[in-house]
Design a binder for this molecule. Structure first.
Ligand code: KG4
Ligand code: ZN
Length: 390
């Protein structure tokens, strides 16, 4: 069984091809990703109209590249005649995508693919729609069913696949209940699952997502978008050099007694701290501020995660989303879980799969296939939903 997976929920266009080899094992046949970081960097965040256009221009070239990697692409001898009405649903809002799709579908044969997995939400709706419409067009042209995937489930499932190398993955047998700490540019939430597909959100941010806070702090420190890795690098230098602790920042909602978060207060505190210095921040001050910020954020994430493990009798913890690539969060959580709950399994995604990509969408579809609950749906019911929840 082969799955073609497409991801366009935010500022990364991804196309991947996965094949189930045996049991719960998967081979990654093709994997391509186009980042829009340079397009959005000047705005300090994602600009929706530009994101939509970049996805529309990138999907088909990435698809060709991924199929080529998978050795699944074959040019036709005679151009294929496309029914005029087949792609007319793209005319109004997806004309750019259509311009790329028509020659692709005219000059290449239908590949040996069984399903198309597509991110339907949550995310930026205009961006999501490009992927959804591309998947629908391919589904119609090739007569292949679509598997709609929740982006957050992709982040969760990715950490459950153990990698031998960058090509072979095996779904590890997990013990439930499972707790997911989902930390990305758009989300900060704690989710308890009794099985894959049966999720209950127990807490979430009331304002900014943690990745968003990293991105905003980066701007204060004069660092490029996306800010997470850059802020984290400064914080690490501060810690490694054992430089002085210059700033005290709040730990919002640390003792709130629930599993909710709030990060806009820390962001404001960083802003005021920088302003109150009354001078241009020195490099040492920047490192100290980045470090104090990362300490505060990680302390809150850690405390709530530990509380949730206890309260819900958790057996497995998965950290997912872009911020799961944060090395300080990884090391602190690993240390704390080992110390307090040695019987609990803690899983992180491979760093190269932590931020958005299409492999994770294919993995979520594979996990559905393994459990026999593949939810292919009639095309007309498949819609992008920016606020889709687990
Ligand atoms: O999951 P993701 O790729 O996209 C969303 O679905 O949002 O997450 C991107 C977010 C960005 O806010 C980025 O700054 C943050 O994850 N991020 C990090 C790190 N790597 C990415 N934050 C902290 N430390 C990192 N190492
Ligand atoms: Zn994400």
């Amino acid at each position: 069984m082969k799955i073609l997976a497409i991801e366009t929920s935010c500022d990364e266009t991804g196309v991947a091809i996965l094949e189930r080899v045996s049991g719960d094992s998967v081979t990654l046949l093709g994997n391509t990703l186009a980042s829009q970081i340079e397009i959005h960097a000047q705005y300090g965040g994602v600009f929706p109209a530009l994101a939509k256009r970049a996805h529309a221009e990138k999907i088909v070239p990435l698809l060709v590249e991924a199929l080529d990697q998978a050795e699944l692409i074959e040019a036709v001898e005679e151009p294929i005649h496309l029914d005029e009405n087949l792609l007319s649903f793209l005319d109004e809002k997806e004309s750019t995508l259509k311009e790329y799709l028509v020659p692709f579908l005219t000059y290449y044969k239908k590949p040996d693919i069984d399903y198309i997995a597509i991110t339907v939400g949550p995310g930026l709706e205009p961006a999501l729609w490009v992927g959804v419409n591309a998947a629908k067009a391919l589904s119609l042209a090739w007569d292949i069913p679509i598997i709609p995937i929740n982006h957050m489930e992709g982040h969760i499932v990715t950490a459950a696949f153990l990698t031998e190398d960058r090509k072979k993955f095996t779904l590890s047998p997990l013990e439930f209940p499972l707790l997911s700490l989902l930390v990305s540019g758009g989300h900060t939430e704690l989710v308890v699952a009794e099985a894959f597909g049966a999720y209950k959100k127990i807490g979430q941010t009331r304002d900014d997502a943690v990745g968003e806070a990293f991105d905003k702090i980066a701007r204060v420190l004069g660092l490029p978008y996306p800010g997470g890795p850059a802020v984290s690098k400064l914080a690490k230098e501060w810690r490694d050099n054992k430089e002085p602790h210059l700033f005290d920042l709040p730990r919002p909602m640390l003792h709130s007694g629930d599993f909710d978060f709030s990060f806009s207060g820390i962001k404001t505190a960083v802003l005021y701290t920088a302003r109150d210095l009354g001078h241009e921040m020195t490099d040492e001050e920047k490192r100290a501020l980045a470090g104090s910020f990362e300490n505060a954020v990680v302390e809150v994430l850690l405390k709530k995660t530990m509380n949730a493990i206890k309260e819900y009798g958790i057996q497995t913890v998965i950290v997912g989303g872009g911020v799961a690539g944060n090395t300080y969060l990884r090391s602190e959580l690993t240390r704390a879980v080992k110390e307090v709950f040695p019987e609990v399994t803690l899983l992180f995604p491979e760093p190269w799969l932590a931020t958005d990509n299409a492999v994770m969408i294919g993995m979520a579809a594979m996990a559905q296939a393994f459990s026999g609950i593949l939810s292919d749906q009639p095309l007309e019911t498949i819609r992008a939903n920016g606020n889709l929840s687990l």
